[in-house]
Design a protein around this ligand. Structure first.
Ligand code: PLP
Length: 352
């Protein structure tokens, strides 16, 4: 018997993979090197004991949405939470993308924006970034001509590092007929947030996650801040009870630990300066970063070879060397000072 074919084009797509190699120093997926506060873990365990597990969870996610709304100074109707911000992106594309519609991305950027667009049947239009990897201020004109249903802005941009200027985002919102989605997975490291521009009459959505600055990648929780009408549209493509009770409780409790989260962002920012200083002493080009990672390129050595030599020394970074526009580049996540010292020592050895 032959098995049926999936939708046309689907098998041509590579899945999204970040290799999970067993190493001592893992600096490849931009997780926080620090676990969340132990008292948060305690309170989640305590709360979990009280959950009525035989019942469906709160379908409207009312408690968590109210707390997220208060955090950002918006209404609960402006908030939608999902299982990681990648699921938020998928909901946006299910509702606003699809057959006959376009999503626009500024490359190089986070691969999942175009990947999720394609698996939802959305055509992808690519606009190149400037040599410094920001969005060209005149890009709004080019975008206008493509008439994308969704325009993705990753700010700070993964994997290159810089946040966009408020004017750039404002011009894009004014210039496109569709929705502008600002992915702020690393937003707490930036000097400003596009959340301040969100308004019920403006086609702007900001996506955030608990995976990075909140140190909760395993929780799989992300959310968006958007016009209430957009949130209402997204409810049509959200599965009933998609956010489980443990996650809703854990996310709500996490917001009591904002000060601790801010403290980790500060510590990582300080450590980033030290790591960049170390990199600048080596034979590599280094790009400025507003996030918890740094993009660099060995000047006289093949990027993929350097990556493999680092793995041999039990250090894992992200190999971006074969990505268009990032030839020879590697991305390192800021780790603990000990991890970063091991990384710098291994890289020094590899480049010697
Ligand atoms: C890491 C990352 C995410 C996080 O996705 P989750 O599904 O929330 O873990 C989203 N966007 C960007 C740009 C990222 O780098």
């Amino acid at each position: 018997m032959t098995l049926p074919e999936p939708r046309p084009g689907l098998r041509l797509r590579e899945g999204y993979h970040s290799p999970q190699v067993e190493v001592k120093v893992r600096l490849n997926t931009n997780e926080s090197p620090y676990p969340p506060p132990a008292s948060w873990v305690e309170s989640v365990a305590e709360e979990a004991r009280g959950i009525a597990f035989h019942r469906y969870p709160d379908r409207g996610v009312t408690g968590l949405r109210a707390r997220l709304a208060a955090l950002h100074g918006v209404e609960p109707a402006n908030v939608l939470a999902a299982n990681g911000s990648n699921e938020v992106l998928q909901l946006l594309l299910l509702a606003y993308g699809g057959h006959g519609r376009r999503a626009l991305v500024f490359e190089p950027t986070y691969a999942l924006h175009s990947h999720i667009a394609r698996i939802t049947g959305t055509d992808v239009v690519t606009v190149e970034r400037t040599p410094g990897f920001t969005i060209d201020p005149t890009a709004a004109a080019a975008v206008e001509q493509h008439r994308p249903a969704v325009t993705f802005v990753c700010s700070p941009n993964n994997p290159t590092g810089l946040a966009e200027e408020p004017g750039t985002v404002r011009d894009l919102v004014d210039g496109t007929p569709g929705l502008v989605v600002v992915d702020e997975a690393y937003g707490q490291f930036a000097r400003w947030s596009a959340v301040e521009l969100v308004d019920d009459d403006r086609p702007l959505v900001v996506v955030r996650t608990f995976s990075k600055t909140w140190s909760m990648a395993a929780l799989r929780l992300g959310y968006l801040i958007a016009p209430a009408a957009v949130v209402a549209d997204l409810e049509h493509v959200t599965l009933p009870y998609h956010l489980d009770a443990v996650k809703q409780a854990a996310g709500t409790l996490a917001l009591d630990f904002r000060a601790e989260m801010d403290g980790r962002v500060e510590a990582i920012t300080t450590e980033r300066r030290r790591l960049v200083d170390g990199l600048e002493g080596l034979d590599v080009d280094v790009w400025p970063s507003d996030a918890n990672f740094v993009l660099f390129r060995p000047r006289r050595r093949d990027g993929a070879e350097v990556w493999a030599s680092l793995v041999e020394r039990s250090v894992l970074v992200r190999d971006c060397s074969s990505w268009p526009g990032l030839e020879g580049c590697l991305r390192v996540t800021i780790g603990t000072p000990e991890e970063d010292d091991l990384f710098l020592a291994a890289l020094t050895e590899v480049l010697a």
